[in-house]
Design a protein around this ligand. Structure first.
Ligand code: GLU
Length: 501
């Protein structure tokens, strides 16, 4: 492996990028970083029928959000450009011709109707029709028509495709970095179309030509491309080019049951399968960004889908990932997607952020409610609740009582409000009225002394007090809450509870 490392992500812009595609991009990015190489992005848009407006922009935006943008791509360091295959369209034909000239490909005139008839014929006899070495010499192509006839038919404007002439009777021993050696029998392969009648290359031809011209050293892609590996290797051989090394990443599996993670699983269980929200006429598909995930958390959980560094370590920054990433440690087996664990990752990143940063993220929700609050106070509130949150969007529910007096009291908790409680609570607010230093620790000392002197049990006071201030038996240290809402508000809430409970 002496070639400089150049790896690529080669999505087809046919819709929003699935989270599996994002992981492929990430692994390529990490591999390039680890080896001081280049990560580039090529848009594979030769299939015009599947073009979806906005999909290309979506891909770039998603990678940028995650901090894994390519260093060469459309409009950026176009060293081997263009990076959009539709703009390279005119050059592929020459490569198809080269293969025809060297006897590695041939022209085929079989119409879709003729192929369909063959298929039906075979089916009727319980067989499957495959265009391959068995029958190519009986079908309508340049192997069965004379050279003049072929030229004549082309000149007359007949439609044709170019097919690869798969070699016969060979067992290929191919190497995959993740899977080791894989054997393929060439007799089982079909003669794939390389060039279509619409004048465009197929994925296979364009992909190989571009990977070669763009000096790709390693192809790291999803397992679904493994069946294409023998054809790709044979194409490199036919061109006389050095093939890149290959690594096929394991599938991402459903959280429950078997099979590939799909959008349906996400819809059913309420988690996104896309990095960013995607809107179509049919509706909106949610995205990790809009759900409130931090990009670092998404990068982290994606990296661990099929890879670990050999230790129990789970939290990795992008930098750390780039240092430890090793394709040899990617597993063969599919990786189960765990939406609950993903939330845990987000929580881990949330709690490492400063209270100030989190306050800023929380502030828009507060101003929407018309609440303005001193920055240092807000930071204090955030520090008290962040341990309980997976997302900033949960902050309001966890902290509303800091901003508004409770209007409802949790019914079950209200059972702690006993006959003797109102009298105790009014003794308590009288005590509080006389405290000047309303800091958490001072109030705590005074209240606890008072309870001890009067032999009042903790629960008798603390639970009704919490109910009065919060409306339920939840929340952080009660005296911290009192300090933050202040003396007046504390007393007014106790009075309200006496009146209402
Ligand atoms: N255009 C292919 C895709 O959409 C690229 C496959 C490959 O990486 O070779 O995934």
């Amino acid at each position: 492996m002496s070639r400089p490392v150049r790896v690529r992500f080669a999505p087809s812009p046919t819709g929003p990028l699935h989270i599996g595609g994002v992981r492929t991009a990430l692994f390529n990015y990490l591999f390039a970083k680890k080896h001081g190489g280049v990560f580039y992005l090529r848009i594979e848009d030769t299939d015009q029928n599947r073009f979806v407006p906005g999909a290309e922009e979506y891909i770039f935006e998603a990678l940028e959000w995650l901090g894994i943008s390519p260093s060469e791509t459309v409009g950026k360091n176009e060293k081997f450009g263009p990076y959009r295959q539709s703009e390279r369209e005119t050059m592929y034909r020459e490569y198809a011709d080269r293969l025809i000239a060297s006897g590695n490909a041939y022209i085929a005139f079989d119409t879709p109707e003729a192929l369909d008839a063959h298929r039906k014929d075979h089916e009727a006899n319980g067989k499957t029709f495959i265009y391959n070495h068995h029958n190519r010499e009986k079908l309508d192509n340049s192997l069965t028509n004379s050279a003049e006839k072929v030229l004549e038919r082309i000149a007359s404007g007949e439609d044709y495709v170019v097919r690869f002439k798969t070699p016969v009777d060979e067992v290929l021993h191919l190497k995959d970095i993740i899977r080791g050696e894989i054997k393929f029998d060439t007799n089982l392969l079909d003669d794939k179309v390389l060039f279509k009648s619409d004048g465009m290359p197929t994925y296979h031809l364009a992909n190989i030509v571009d990977d070669h011209l763009m000096e790709t050293s390693h192809v790291i892609r999803g397992e679904e491309w493994l069946p294409s590996l023998p054809l790709h290797v044979l194409l490199y051989r036919a061109f006389g080019w050095e093939a890149p090394e290959f690594a096929h990443l394991p599938l991402i599996l459903k959280p429950i049951g078997n099979g590939k993670l799909s959008k349906r699983d996400g819809d059913k269980m309420g988690f996104p399968v896309f990095p960013l929200e995607w809107q179509t006429e049919e509706g909106v598909s949610s995205g990790y960004r809009e759900k409130g995930f931090f990009p670092e958390a998404v990068v982290n959980f994606l990296a661990l889908l099929g890879w670990n560094d050999g230790s129990e370590k789970e939290l990795f920054s992008l930098e750390e990932l780039a240092q430890s990433f090793d394709l040899n440690r990617v597993h063969k087996a599919g990786a189960k997607f765990d939406p609950e664990k993903n939330k845990w990752f987000n929580h881990q990143y949330l709690i490492t952020k400063s209270d100030e940063e989190l306050s800023q993220l929380f502030a828009p929700a507060l101003s929407e409610k018309g609440i303005s609050i001193d920055a240092s106070k807000l930071a204090k509130i955030v520090s008290l609740i962040k341990e309980r949150a997976h997302f900033v969007s949960e902050f309001w529910e966890l902290s509303d009582y800091f901003f508004e007096a409770p209007t409802l009291y949790d019914e079950k908790a209200a059972k702690n409000w006993k006959e003797e409680t109102p009298a105790l609570m009014s003794d308590l607010f009288q005590l509080l009225e006389n405290i000047d230093d309303f800091s958490s620790s001072n109030v705590e000392t005074i209240v606890k002394d008072w309870m001890a002197q009067n032999e009042i049990g903790m629960g008798k006071v603390m639970q009704p007090l919490r109910l009065s201030l919060v409306g339920a038996l939840k929340g952080p240290h009660l005296f911290d809450i009192m300090e933050l809402i202040g003396k007046e508000e504390t007393i007014s809430r106790i009075k309200r509870a006496i009146a209402n409970l």
